[in-house]
Design a protein around this ligand. Structure first.
Ligand SMILES: CC(C)(COP(=O)(O)OP(=O)(O)OC[C@H]1O[C@@H](n2cnc3c(N)ncnc32)[C@H](O)[C@@H]1OP(=O)(O)O)[C@@H](O)C(=O)NCCC(=O)NCCS
Length: 233
């Protein structure tokens, strides 16, 4: 039996490239694709319709939701919980020990990092462990995040600071008139700061998936900096 056939053995409906190692037991959902040179370690759980790019490592005990996109060269260490619809950019770094020392064995003392539904982590960003990244937050490329991040917050720099709000569709939120709502230039969804630092979408519940029409991106990011293009009003 070839390695690819072994990876697909038990045929749970996922695909693993023949160069990937998938240790057993592990739980991988239907429609998930695992590309070249990945290593999935035992007792990990990966949901449905995820994509793991080249050279992704998923350690034992990691839990990954559905529709998670993981770009090349990402290691997800024990202690990470990645909810549905998360995007992990190329070569971003997650950690699981705040004070690692080679001489001190801290197996079993791994810290938890929770990346909530729909969050994006940009290329090369680093997430220091023991924190929670809120739903649909957006971590800029190269940022270093060491504190909890609110839902929809756009975090940038080293150390990362909140520089604005990013919509569920991944656009800077702009003020609309005097009503105090913020509007996504692509979807037209309105957002409101319910209390200082707490943003909610008024038009679509954070936990409800988007429809197919709503998830088709049609406009370049820069084109929406100056224009508005509400695709599904
Ligand atoms: C955060 C991000 C969305 C901002 O994009 P933007 O709105 O076009 O930002 P702008 O280019 O208008 O820059 C606005 C300011 O932020 C700065 N800036 C932009 N990106 C930055 C970043 N990643 N880190 C630090 N500063 C950044 C710019 O230098 C500029 O500063 P200035 O006002 O002092 O001149 C984008 O830079 C980013 O990091 N995207 C993630 C890309 C990625 O990792 N993709 C992975 C899939 S391939």
């Amino acid at each position: 039996m070839s390695k690819q056939e072994k990876n697909e053995a038990g045929n749970k409906g996922y695909f693993a490239h023949e160069s990937a190692y998938v240790d057993q037991p592990c739980d991988i959902g239907e429609g998930t694709k695992i590309w070249h040179f990945c290593h999935i370690m035992k007792n990990s759980r990966i949901g449905r319709y995820c994509i793991l790019g080249q050279n992704v490592n998923v350690a034992s005990g990691v839990v990954i939701g559905n529709n998670v996109k993981i770009q090349n060269n990402v290691s997800i260490y024990t202690g990470a919980i990645i909810e549905d619809d998360v995007f992990l950019g190329p070569s971003c770094v997650l950690t699981n020990v705040t004070n690692p020392r080679s001489q001190i064995v801290r197996h079993g003392l791994f810290e938890k990092t929770v990346i909530k539904r729909g969050a994006t982590i940009g290329a090369n960003a680093t997430i220091v462990c023991g924190i929670e990244l809120g739903r649909y937050c957006f971590i800029a490329a190269g940022a270093v995040v060491a504190k909890n991040v609110p839902d929809y917050a756009l975090m940038q720099g080293v150390p990362a600071k909140q520089v604005g709000w990013m919509s569920r569709h991944g656009h800077r939120l702009k003020k609309q008139g005097s009503s105090g709502t913020l509007v996504c230039p692509e979807s037209g969804f309105q957002y409101r700061e319910m209390s200082p630092g707490v943003l909610k979408c008024i038009d679509w519940d954070e936990e409800v998936p988007l429809t197919k029409v709503m998830s088709g991106g049609k406009v370049l990011y820069d084109d929406l900096k100056t224009k508005e293009f509400h695709v599904f009003e």
